[in-house]
Design a protein. Structure first.
Length: 277
């Protein structure tokens, strides 16, 4: 049977702005006095401007980092009003310095209209500001399966960091880090987050190949993404931003499979797997 694309126009709602009078998106600042704690909530899209039910959300995160500085950071996407709920759990987005680069994630996720979208951020750097852009896609039937929940798989070191990862150096076969031994829900879409950790002098510049594995010790790789790092303590990814679609029932073991093109950084690395259900 041939696939028939959905009819109608895709409509996009965002906080990117429609004229070139300033930086795109919204500035979200980490906590001013407590490291690794979430700062103030910032509204990205108001309830009045969220005029449609959406079936996908693209999040772009950039900034908040600085050269020769430890820069771990995460950002949560929130939904609601006076008491926001977490729509997307902490997204890895640290070591972002260069404007226009940074981290992008897409989730096939139902986002109801008529409610506001907001964000907050945690960082090892006090009061650091980063740009957060959100794009909501809807207006026609979705072209793929859509979920209602995103879960971060892995054990965070703290609010600013992911789980510590084992990374093979110099193009070696990818090393596996178990993120969860047995999932408690059925998941169907997966995308990784990855950043350096505890490193104020990243060297050398290069790329990290990051895969997601499912199953027992001889796990099946369901997708591969790339993350970059530079000697200016700048990082970004994942490329592509799209998740891998794979039906993984409850009880599935999930791993991250990581291989560095060059030598590993002295501070190590951390990450999380984001799973949609």
């Amino acid at each position: 049977m041939l696939w028939t694309p959905s009819a109608g126009a895709v409509k996009v709602i965002s906080n990117s702005g429609i004229v070139g009078t300033g930086s795109p998106g919204s500035a979200v600042v980490s906590h001013a006095t407590v490291a690794n704690s979430f700062g103030s909530v910032v509204e990205l899209i108001s309830a009045a401007n969220n005029v449609q039910d959406s079936w996908g959300i693209w999040v772009h995160l950039e900034g908040g980092g600085a050269a020769t500085t430890i820069n771990e950071r995460t950002t949560r996407i929130l939904i609601g009003g006076a008491t926001d709920d977490v729509l997307i759990p902490p997204l890895i987005c640290g070591y972002s310095v260069i404007p226009g680069a940074g981290f992008s994630y897409f989730f096939p996720l139902h986002v109801p209209g008529g409610v506001r979208i907001a964000a907050d951020a945690a960082s090892v750097r006090l009061g650091s500001s980063a740009r957060v852009l959100v794009y909501l896609f809807g207006g026609c039937p979705p072209p793929f399966r859509v979920g209602r929940k995103v879960t971060a798989l892995g054990t965070q070191v703290d609010n600013s960091r992911g789980q510590t990862l084992t990374v093979a150096a110099s193009g070696g076969a990818a090393s596996a880090t178990q993120m969860i031994a047995s999932t408690t829900e059925d998941y169907f879409a997966f995308v990784p987050g990855f950043q350096p950790q505890n490193d104020a002098s990243i060297t050398p510049a290069g790329f990290i190949n990051v895969g997601i594995g499912v199953g027992a010790a001889t796990e099946e790789r369901i997708g591969t993404w790339w993350f970059s790092k530079t000697t200016a303590e700048d990082s970004g990814g994942p490329v592509p931003a799209m998740p891998a679609f794979y039906d993984a029932p409850a009880g599935t073991r999930i791993t991250m499979l990581c291989s560095n093109v060059g030598a590993n950084d002295t501070g190590g690395y951390g990450g999380l797997v984001y799973a949609v259900s």
